[in-house]
Write a protein that binds this ligand. Structure first.
Ligand SMILES: Cc1ncc(COP(=O)(O)O)c(C=O)c1O
Length: 425
């Protein structure tokens, strides 16, 4: 039996415990289990942005650009160092994940001329699948989505994950691109980045990874694992704020061989010569389109400096212990109430969140917010996602959240709620 005292004991040994006080927490009674969707605000970000407004933009006005002009690269290097296992000169902080994903996939496909097939999976994040559909239409390619979405009939018997064994039969010399999420957004399953990248490469294909659900919680080691191209966001475990710039990683090994699909002026060899004709400059700058959001980059700078200080291995270790605890509480309390677990039980096979499957998940998730001060999120058709965000959650907070989920489910009070009215789940 896992008790609240056990959770408190974990908190007392937590080497990251001091970091919670660096974040804005408006309601200490709330169990915020949604850092996998939007991370909390670091207190320092408030000061840094305010100071930028008055001392930076306000005071320096256009002269400030001489300091800000390279920030997509310097902040990109910080993201790489703190969270991606990437040496300098391989990460750019810019635009949204979706835009970076489009660019990454377009560039990868162009680097494999004559090949006609793109491979992904049906459980991949919607924006990735929609963008791939568009690229396939645009270029007359075939998009193969490996069927692995969990349905009521398969819950408990499979995971939304593509293993090298599942992928292998789809690979041949007509495949240009394989693209998957490092951590699957719904199931929380962690893909074998190194094995899949290597397998795709053996068939001459490039792999593009979407690490949105992994960055800032999983111990990513892109350089070590031979990753070629990856994208991800900064607003989940990265705590950089809603809509903060995303990032693009291109390994040094292939930078020279990739063409930027969008020829913006920031990628031009001699940007301020303002000359005729595009010539892509070397390195990551060659993939930058345009003026970066300096406010967004400053926010990333603050929050990824906290990640760097805490150490991604320590963050990952706490996430593993927290998700282990959630698995124990699931078995103890939620399995007997008709919940199923969509997420792998072995810590090395998952990211920082679990997905709890229940026939009434939509109403329960809504009621938890409205009536129980627990913030999970909900994913169609029957998934309640709950996470351990190592820099901001305590073990006791996650424990209390699970206790409230149990009691609320037992009460049946959610049955009296009307159907979901919010635009966002
Ligand atoms: C895996 C994944 N990819 C892409 C996105 C889309 O990000 P953006 O809105 O920054 O393009 C998300 C958003 O949550 C995501 O989880």
């Amino acid at each position: 039996m896992f008790t609240r005292d056990n959770a408190l004991a974990l908190d007392s040994q937590d080497v990251l415990a001091q970091f919670r006080s660096q974040f804005f927490i408006s309601d200490p009674q709330q169990c915020y289990l949604d850092g996998n969707s939007l991370g909390r605000l670091p207190l320092k970000t408030v000061d840094v942005i305010n100071e930028f407004l008055t001392q930076g933009w306000g005071t320096k006005v256009v002269d400030g650009w001489s300091e800000w002009i390279d920030m997509a690269e310097t902040v990109g290097d910080l993201i790489g160092r703190a969270a991606l296992g990437a040496a300098p000169g391989q990460v750019l902080a810019q635009d949204t994940t979706s835009v970076n994903f489009y660019r990454a996939c377009r560039a990868a496909i162009s680097a494999r001329p004559g090949r006609k097939v793109i491979i992904s999976d049906t459980a991949n994040f919607p924006t990735d699948r929609y963008i791939l559909e568009g690229i396939a239409q645009e270029l007359g390619l075939t998009l193969i989505l490996i069927e692995n979405e969990i349905t009521d009939a398969t819950v408990g018997t499979q995971t939304e994950c593509v293993t090298p064994e599942i992928l292998a039969p789809y690979l041949n010399d007509n495949v240009a691109l394989v693209t998957l999420s490092v951590v699957a957004y719904r199931s929380g399953a962690l893909h074998d980045v190194q094995a899949i990248t290597t397998l795709a490469r053996e068939h001459g294909a490039l792999c593009v990874w979407d690490a949105s659900h992994a960055v800032g919680v999983t111990d990513l080691q892109f350089d070590r694992d031979g990753v070629d191209i990856a994208v991800g966001c900064t607003y989940k475990y990265g705590n950089s704020g809603p809509g903060a710039p995303a990032w693009l990683y291109v390994s040094k090994a292939i930078q020279q061989s990739l063409d930027a699909p969008i020829h913006g002026w920031f990628a031009q060899r001699d940007q301020f010569a303002m000359g005729q004709g595009f010539s892509q400059t070397d390195g990551m700058r060659g993939f930058q389109i345009a003026s970066p959001s300096i406010i967004g980059l400053l926010s990333i700078d603050t929050s990824f400096s906290i990640i760097e200080q805490a150490g991604i291995q320590a963050i990952n270790a706490k996430a593993n212990r927290g998700t282990d605890m959630m698995c124990e509480l699931f078995d103890q309390w939620l399995a007997p109430l008709g919940y199923s677990l969509m997420t792998p039980r072995e810590a090395h096979l998952r990211g920082g969140h679990l997905t709890l499957w229940h026939p009434d998940a939509a109403l329960i998730a809504r009621g938890l917010r409205l009536e129980k001060n627990v913030i999970p999120d909900y994913r169609e058709p029957h998934g309640i996602r709950v996470s351990m965000s190592p820099l901001t959650n305590t073990f006791a907070e996650v424990f209390d959240g699970f206790e409230r989920i149990r009691d609320y489910t037992v009460s049946g009070d959610y049955k009296f709620l009307s159907v979901h009215e919010s635009k966002v789940t």
